[in-house]
Design a binder for this molecule. Structure first.
Ligand code: PLP
Length: 384
């Protein structure tokens, strides 16, 4: 049983639902701010991780910018009152209307991922007679020790401009009247726990910077993306990621030129630990090998285990019986709708409440209505 959750209060709320610990979000944001302020780093929040209004309001209070990967994310950020001048827009496939919208709202920067995209931005910018700031997203071919579906900085990934094509792209930009090259952008992957991947990125950034310098091109911003991981195994022990060492690595690792800024795009590390999916046990079904604890939350509410084979810690927050093993599964008609196999839990019975931890990032935003299920609602620790 866990004292962390107000289980008594949960009993009157229809399950499944998201529960956000707003105190933890606040502490996390304070830490991001204090550690990044040490070096005057600029932090953009990657809104794709969680676009819940109350979460965004808190983040906005900390003065962060926003990293968007779709036109609707740009719109959401603007609607939530984030200044356009703090919005950056990445993504391998930006539709014309998305580019137009970014230009019309005067966002800070487009992180461009191909010369084909640059051509379109230039065409639209020329038509609108408006200068557009871009950063080149360069694929640094740095391996992030993470799941293959969430590594993005390798040659074989679809993201970014290949190093081989950098020169060609720079030459093209030079000829474009309405494109200003602001800087370079990287994002090597997500859920990176081994900080040496970031040191490797720093080295690559320095090499690339040297190349730009030789070409006589001054870069104003170095955007190193996001990717800092969270401790899914021990959310209670490690609720706040190691921002101190993370930012220190970049401050020590990147050789900044005068007037340059380092930008970050943090998603998961900001919001991951403050969210939980709370679900009720419908039945315990005796299986051949283990017992199944069948809960009312499923992959439609939290898809990460089904999509990336991701691990989330599961806690029974209402039982303190002796430990037994269970496969915890959802009700959706897919075998991948499973939250964990052979999980040790206190003796579990119908009506118990389960907390699936560390679900604040890539949880609520990925909810679907498959099986025509209703979307889970969100509740907040400061409003219960
Ligand atoms: C997803 C994404 C991020 C955020 O990644 P996290 O692992 O959640 O920190 C940052 N930048 C870009 C371009 C992204 O696509």
């Amino acid at each position: 049983m866990s004292n962390y959750f107000p289980a008594e209060k949960f009993k009157s709320i229809p399950t499944p639902f998201y529960f956000y610990d707003m105190g933890l979000l606040e502490q996390t944001l304070q830490k991001v701010k204090s550690e990044s302020d040490k070096y005057n780093f600029v932090v953009h929040y990657a809104i794709k991780a969680n676009a819940n209004d109350r979460i965004l309001e808190r983040i906005r209070e900390y003065g962060m910018g926003v990293d968007c990967v779709s036109g609707f994310e740009v719109k959401k950020a603007l609607d939530m009152g984030f200044p356009a001048q703090g919005i950056v827009f990445a993504g391998v496939g930006k539709a014309d209307w998305e580019i137009e919208m970014g230009i019309d709202n005067n966002i800070a920067c487009f992180n461009v991922e191909s010369t084909a995209e640059l051509d379109v931005i230039n065409e639209i910018a020329t038509r609108k007679n408006q200068k557009v700031k871009v950063a080149m997203r360069i694929n640094p071919n740095v391996k992030a020790n993470t799941h293959k579906y969430i590594t993005t900085g390798l040659d074989e990934n679809k993201f970014g401009i290949h190093q081989m094509d950098v020169e060609k792209t720079v030459d093209a930009i030079t000829k474009m009247d309405f494109i200003n090259l602001e800087g370079i952008h990287f994002h090597i992957g997500s859920q990176i726990m081994d900080l040496s991947s970031f040191s490797a990125l720093c080295e690559r950034v320095n090499e690339i910077q040297d190349w730009f310098e030789e070409k006589g091109i001054a870069l104003k911003t170095i955007n190193v993306g996001g990717g800092l991981g969270i401790d899914y195994n021990k959310p209670a022990e490690n609720p706040i990621p190691d921002f101190e060492n993370y930012f220190r690595i970049f401050s020590e690792g990147i050789k900044l030129r005068p007037g340059q800024e380092i930008h970050f795009e943090l998603g998961r590390s900001v919001v991951g630990q403050c969210g939980n999916l709370i679900s009720k046990v419908l039945y315990v079904k005796e299986g051949v090998k283990t017992n199944f604890a069948i809960i009312d939350g499923g992959m439609t509410d939290l898809i990460r285990p089904a999509l990336y084979q991701a691990y989330h810690k599961i806690e029974n927050i209402t039982s303190n019986g002796s430990e037994e093993k269970y496969d915890v599964v959802g009700p959706i008609c897919e075998s991948s709708d499973s939250f964990g196999k052979d999980i040790e839990l206190p003796k579990t019975s119908r009506g118990d409440l389960m907390a699936i931890r560390s679900a604040g990032a890539y949880g609520e935003v990925m909810v679907s209505r498959y099986n025509l299920r209703e979307e889970p609602k969100a509740y907040y620790s400061d409003q219960l």
